[in-house]
Design a protein around this ligand. Sequence first.
Ligand code: ADP
Length: 243
Amino acid sequence: MHDMTAEHQLEQVRKDFVANASHELRTPLAIIQGYLENLLDNDLIVEPEMARRFLMIMRKHTDRISHIVEDMLVISRLESGVANTLKIEPFRIRSCVKDVLERLESVIQNQNAEIIVMMPNPDLVMHGDRFYWTQVFFNLVENALKQNPCGGLRVEIGCEEIGQSIRVWVSDNGVGIPDADLPHIFRRFFRVEKHHSQQEIKGTGLGLSIVKRAIEAHAGTIGVTSVPGSETKFLIMMPKESH
Ligand code: ADP
C-alpha cells in the first residue's frame, strides 16, 4: 500500500511539473508569436525602428525561454541518478563565493548593496561539486538582490565548521518571505504572489528548487527563516566529508 501511495504521489508531482512547465513556456512563446505575426502580416519590417523594437522584445522573451529550459535541465540532471551526476572534489568555499560575487558585481554596485562575507576560516574546504555549489550561492545571493532593488540592502554570506558539520548561510535584511509562503518556497515554479508585480520579468521560480536538490544530492539539508525587513536566512547544514 505504502509503495503504491509513494508511486502515485511521484506521478502527481511529474504531472504538475509538466503542466507548470508548459504554462511557464507558453506565455513568452505567445508573446513572441504575437510580435512575429505583427511584423510579417503588417509588413513592418520596412520600418526599421519599430522592427528593431519588436525584435528586442522577442529577444527578451527568447532569453526567458532558454533560462527556463536551462533550469529544468539542471533539475532533471540532479534528479536522475545523482551519484554519477556529481563530480566531487575538494574546493575552498571562499573562492567559490568570490567567483559568484564577481559574477554579480555589476548588480551589487548598481544597487549599492552591502555584502558581508563571514568566514572565520578562509581555507575551509568543501568536498562537493563546485559547479552546483556555485549555482547554490549564485541563486541565493541573486534572489536577495532581485527581491530588494530599493537600496539599503545588506547580504551576509557565511560558513563555519561545527563539529562534524559545515554550516553555510546566506541572509539579507530585505522584504522577506511571508510565513504562509515559507513551507512552499522550495517548490518548483513557486513564487511569492506579492513579489510579482515588482518585476517586469519574473524569475523562473526554479532557483530555490535547484538549490534544495543540489544540497540534498550532497547529503545536506537546507531550511529558511524570515522576519520581513529584518532577516531572511537560508541555512545549509553539510556533513563535513560525506563523499
Ligand atoms: P525565482 O526565479 O522567482 O527567484 P526562486 O525559486 O529562486 O525563484 O524563489 C522563489 C520565490 O521565493 C521568489 O520568487 C521570491 O518570491 C521568494 N524569495 C526567494 N529568496 C528570497 C529572498 N531572499 N527575499 C525575499 N523573497 C525571496
